[in-house]
Design a protein around this ligand. Structure first.
Ligand code: GDP
Ligand code: ZN
Length: 387
């Protein structure tokens, strides 16, 4: 890979061609990607720059990139959080092209974020009130991503100390140690930033709980936040709903995702229990009689019982059963349809022919059958004649 604009002598150019330019996609809009260059790449370019040029050329930390058409043809999408390799950087205009997307360690599709390793679930202790079932649903959704989950309760300034303690005790039984903070009063925030350091965190939670206030606190430099694709393209950041990653001053990335109030669970009944830490705990000590127990009304179930979130589990189990039914119906429909390529690339979906019994016979096989039949009749007639 060549760093063309920096090559001023052949030796330096030779070293430069071996140095890949790597980075992380921080934001995506339409077909443009802001890529934060790895500090190794940046340092390297700066040192080459100083060694090979007399001018003090500016090497940007981020490049606005397009995606190489080869990637488009392969159907390779570029997501926020993707680790990428860049070619043909133009340092002056801060442009480049993404030529490779490295394999992802994790993928979240709604919203699309690659390589996250942590979810920070933010709720408020009051205003809006902390609803246990809503919190439970967010927790289960977060657990279903298989990423590490941290629970943060904001607005602790609005509830008395004993109520804060009650919530902590209650959530401990759910399997969580929440971090209680107040963004307004700057309380508990060191513990929170420690949890974020070095991680690639997705911030999630209902609206009104203080997620924007948290991002403003974590990334105080407005420039850092506005230096997004939308900014570069001359549009406001909030004109389009898109995910954006921000770099934390202490290291790490956080994703600002649009708030949502009631996440869809989209999980199957047999998966649901994995997303409740209390069930894990119970099953570590006792086992249910049936390995596929849904912990509802099966005999000798080790999970059914008197624990706070059991009601939540049952209500989510109903949703999971409905989800399974929907998926089964969809699969049945899809297997009953087939996609037929039409003219000019217009594909049509047609009902699949059912079992052989119902298929219309081809002319050729009909003719063959008729010939066989005639042969049989002639044979029978000749037998009759012999008799
Ligand atoms: P978001 O919708 O989750 O992004 O929430 P915002 O950050 O927009 O905050 C919603 C409201 O809560 C705003 O009016 C904030 O000023 C307020 N708020 C945020 N943090 C705190 C806090 O620690 N205490 C109190 N009392 N209010 C807060
Ligand atoms: Zn059971």
């Amino acid at each position: 890979m060549a760093v063309k604009s920096l090559s001023h002598n052949s030796e330096a150019a030779l070293i430069k061609t071996e140095q890949p330019i790597l980075g992380t996609v921080l934001s995506v809009q339409a077909n443009f990607y802001w890529v934060r260059l790895d500090s190794t790449t940046e340092n390297y370019c700066l040192s080459i720059d100083k060694a090979t040029t007399s001018s003090n050329q500016h090497v940007p930390q981020q490049l606005l990139c397009t995606r190489r058409s080869r990637l488009k043809k392969m159907g390779q999408q570029v997501w926020v959080g993707d680790r990428v390799r860049i070619a043909e950087p133009d340092w002056n205009s801060q442009r480049g092209a993404i030529i490779e997307v490295f394999p992802r360690t994790s993928e979240l599709d709604r919203p699309p974020v690659a390589n996250a390793d942590h979810i920070l679930l933010v709720f408020a202790m009051a205003n809006p009130p902390l609803e246990p079932l809503q919190l439970s649903r967010f927790l289960v959704k977060a657990e279903s991503t298989q990423l590490a989950v941290t629970l943060c309760l904001n607005k602790r300034d609005l509830v008395p100390q004993d109520e804060q303690q009650e919530w902590c005790n209650r959530l401990q039984k759910w399997g969580y140690s929440p971090i209680l903070v107040s963004l307004h009063h700057r309380l508990g925030l060191d513990a929170l930033t420690n949890h974020l350091k070095g991680h690639h965190t997705i911030i999630s939670g209902p609206s009104g709980v203080g997620k924007s206030s948290l991002i403003n606190y974590l990334i105080p430099s407005v420039d850092q936040r506005v230096n997004s694709v939308s900014g570069k393209l001359g549009r406001g950041r909030h004109t389009t709903r898109h995910v954006e990653l921000f770099e934390l001053p202490e290291g790490g990335l956080v994703a600002d995702t649009p708030g949502f109030n009631q996440p869809e669970l989209d999980c199957y009944p047999n998966q649901l229990s994995q997303y409740f830490p209390e069930i894990h705990q119970q099953l570590a000590q006792h086992t249910c009689q049936f390995s596929n127990c849904l912990h509802r009304d099966e005999p000798n179930c080790a999970v059914r019982g008197d624990w706070e979130r059991y009601e939540h589990y049952l209500s989510m189990l109903d949703d999971a059963i409905s989800y399974q039914t929907e998926q089964d119906q969809r699969t049945a429909k899809e297997t009953a349809m087939k996609i037929k390529s039409g003219q000019k690339g217009h594909d049509r979906v047609e009902p699949k022919l059912r079992t052989k019994r119902y298929r219309r016979k081809s002319r050729r096989s009909e003719t063959q059958n008729l010939q066989d039949f005639c042969g049989n009749v002639q044979e029978m007639l000749s037998y009759e004649a012999d008799d």
